[in-house]
Design a binder for this molecule. Structure first.
Ligand code: FES
Ligand code: FES
Length: 160
């Protein structure tokens, strides 16, 4: 195995599971998620903070993982799209309303949209349409035209 030059012993919670691994300290959070942890639901779009496809929750806040270093989640709790579930372990209310409203086409943006919406509804369960629009300005979707996405998030309000 190749010896890493600047290793860092990372310990964090990933989708509720204590996770420890040795990483190169220059690893991006997105590479950690997709390559080291094998959680491919988090997507790489622009790679420079413009599209929101790579969003995950870090201590409950939605962040673009392409802009963060993996070491920044040390000691923190991270949730990726794989960790977003309903109380019964099945689909989360947002996942159900995205499906019901037809808010998913190619699906590339969907994990990021669900993460951003979840972050908003956790801190503001009664978010207005305007607040939802504002929250999702960092999430680009080239397929849906956003109407169905907004409607899906509105319908998920208060369903947690
Ligand atoms: S891939 Fe991170 S914001 Fe686009
Ligand atoms: S569903 Fe295709 S980019 Fe949003």
């Amino acid at each position: 195995m190749k010896q890493l030059e600047n290793t860092f012993k990372l310990a964090c919670l990933v989708n509720g599971k204590r996770t420890e691994l040795e990483i190169d300290s220059s690893r991006s959070l997105l590479d950690l998620i997709r390559e080291d942890l094998g959680l491919k639901g988090t997507k790489e779009g622009c790679g420079e903070g413009e599209c929101g496809a790579c969003m995950v929750l870090v201590d409950g806040r939605a962040v673009n993982s392409c802009l963060m270093m993996a070491v920044q989640v040390h000691g923190k709790e991270m949730v990726t799209i794989e960790g977003i579930k309903g109380k019964d372990g099945g689909l989360h209310p947002l996942q159900k309303t995205f499906i019901a409203e037809g808010a998913v086409q190619c699906g590339f943006c969907t994990p990021g949209l669900i993460i951003a919406s979840e972050a908003l509804l956790r801190r503001n369960p009664k978010a207005t349409l305007e607040e939802i629009k504002l929250e999702l300005t960092g999430n680009l979707c080239r397929c849906t035209g956003y109407e169905k996405v907004l409607s899906a998030v509105e319908k998920a309000r208060g369903k947690k």
